[in-house]
Design a protein around this ligand. Structure first.
Ligand code: UDX
Length: 439
């Protein structure tokens, strides 16, 4: 008989996993303590914007293969339980395992013998080894199975993963085989390893992406000085199969709910282990600089000087989310740049297709008409790479501005299109035009 799967936590990872496992043909019970969330999910209302997820939830509910509940005791009937609990950074950037430490003793009293416990949320290396002690029993096999889901692509990433990592001690444990079987319908390559390697592999992947992005962001700065084009440099690098073309687009810096949190956690873990992970520390430092550089470029574009004053200047922002395809503002470079511009006295109007308001920032007026951001603006700043920004009527935007200047921190827009629409254009990793003071 197919395994009955339990999921603890109906957040972004837990909900995606629950709906996708149901899609793969398993019976799934998903537990969350938030009553209103569980009620809403039971009605098929999905609180996160993930393409394909509402359909999978609706199907699972209709088939009876997906059940949402607040009753943890229902996990007694399950064979494999996935922990998908939040591990947010504490004040110093270390993962806070408070929720996990609270839930595991409860599960220890509920799960039946033979049940496999799987850690899916990102946890520090060594956590799987601590689980039996936290559970209060040593008879349940523990498996580390980190997730690699991208926001906005979580369903696709779950059903068609690049790899599935399964860590057990020892790697050949029967529980590893049981979890591996669950993913068989995806056809993905499986890495069977020990728990510490599985846990580290997750941090190592995200930290590497962060290093790659900071590398290209520094290259962009060099290109601006040397009169080179970072797009051409990155294209050449990306054709080398050892480097690959992904994650080579410079921007306002990397953000979101994972990369900043995981780099910080890995740095703390390396420090505690007495290992100098200088290259990662530098990637984080460069990321702060990249955000500051974007602010300086806006000041240069508006005032003619990277340190010029923005006091009382109207600036239009296109994009607030940390990347396109999501309304997520967590550690968004776009938001950080908006906050910095507001601190410099700019009057900001912003449009983002997925953001209705920014409670953190009352200095920015969020509008749902992209053309309103251009009204009387001394510059338009592209902060998130929404493809639909390309299709705006840029001549109409130019006509609405006080002065047609674009700072494109994502190199989203075609320079020739912008020139034809009458814009002076400041990209990233390309030589900047001569800037003239506004007013
Ligand atoms: C990331 C990892 O990709 C995923 O595997 C992990 O499980 C969670 O963290 P996500 O946070 O959804 O996923 O964002 P991702 O698409 O990786 O982008 C991260 C940041 O890098 C964003 O701020 C994005 O704008 C930036 N980025 C990405 C660039 O600036 N240039 C690029 O070429 C790619």
């Amino acid at each position: 008989m197919a395994e009955h799967i339990g999921i603890v936590g109906a957040g972004y990872v837990g909900l995606t996993s629950a709906a996708c496992f149901a899609r793969l043909g398993y019976q799934v019970t998903c537990v969350d303590t938030d009553e209103s969330k569980v009620d809403a999910l039971g009605r098929g209302e999905v609180p996160i914007a993930e393409p394909g997820l509402p359909e999978l939830v609706a199907q699972g509910l209709a088939d009876g293969t997906l059940v949402f509940t607040t009753a943890q005791a229902e996990l007694h009937g399950t064979d494999v339980v996935f922990l998908c609990l939040p591990t947010p950074p504490d004040g110093e950037g270390r993962p806070d395992l408070g929720v996990l430490e609270q839930v595991l003793p409860q599960l220890g009293r509920i799960l039946r013998p033979g049940c496999v416990l799987v850690t899916k949320s990102t946890v520090p290396v060594g956590t799987a080894a601590r689980v039996p002690r936290l559970l209060g029993r040593g008879d349940l096999p523990v498996v580390s199975n980190p997730e690699f889901l991208r926001e906005g692509h979580s369903v696709e990433d779950f059903l068609h993963p690049d790899r599935v990592v399964i860590g057990t001690d020892p790697p050949a444990a029967p529980s590893a085989h049981r979890v591996e079987k669950l993913y068989e319908p995806t056809g993905a390559p499986v890495v069977r390893t020990d728990t510490a390697s599985a846990e580290l592999a997750k941090y190592a992947s995200n930290a590497f992406l962060a290093v790659k992005l900071s590398y290209v962001n520094v290259l962009a700065e060099l290109c601006e000085r040397f009169g080179a084009d970072v797009g051409e440099v990155a294209r050449t690098m990306g054709l080398d199969a050892r480097i690959g073309p992904e994650f080579l687009v410079p921007g306002p810096g990397w953000g979101g709910s994972c990369l900043p949190k995981d780099t910080s956690a890995l740095l703390h873990a390396a420090d505690a282990a007495g290992v100098d992970f200088g290259i990662l520390r530098d990637a984080v430092r460069v990321n702060a600089r990249q955000r500051a550089r974007a602010v300086r470029t806006v000041r240069e574009a508006v005032t003619g000087s990277p340190s010029g004053s923005l006091a009382g200047t109207r600036i239009g922002l296109l994009g607030l989310a940390f990347k396109a395809g999501t309304g997520d503002l967590r550690d968004s470079p776009a938001l950080a740049i908006a906050i910095a511009l507001a601190r410099h006295g700019a009057e900001l109007t912003a449009h983002d297709p997925a953001v209705e308001a920014v409670p953190e920032l009352d200095a920015v007026q969020v509008v749902d008409d992209p053309y309103l951001v251009a009204k009387d603006a001394a510059a338009l700043v592209v902060l998130t790479e929404w493809p639909e920004f390309r299709d705006l009527d840029w001549a109409r935007l130019a006509a609405a501005t006080a002065r047609p200047v674009v700072v494109d921190t994502r190199n989203l827009l075609h320079p020739e299109m912008l020139a034809n629409a009458g814009f002076t254009h400041f990209g990233v990793g390309r030589p900047h035009p001569e800037a003239t003071p506004f007013g």
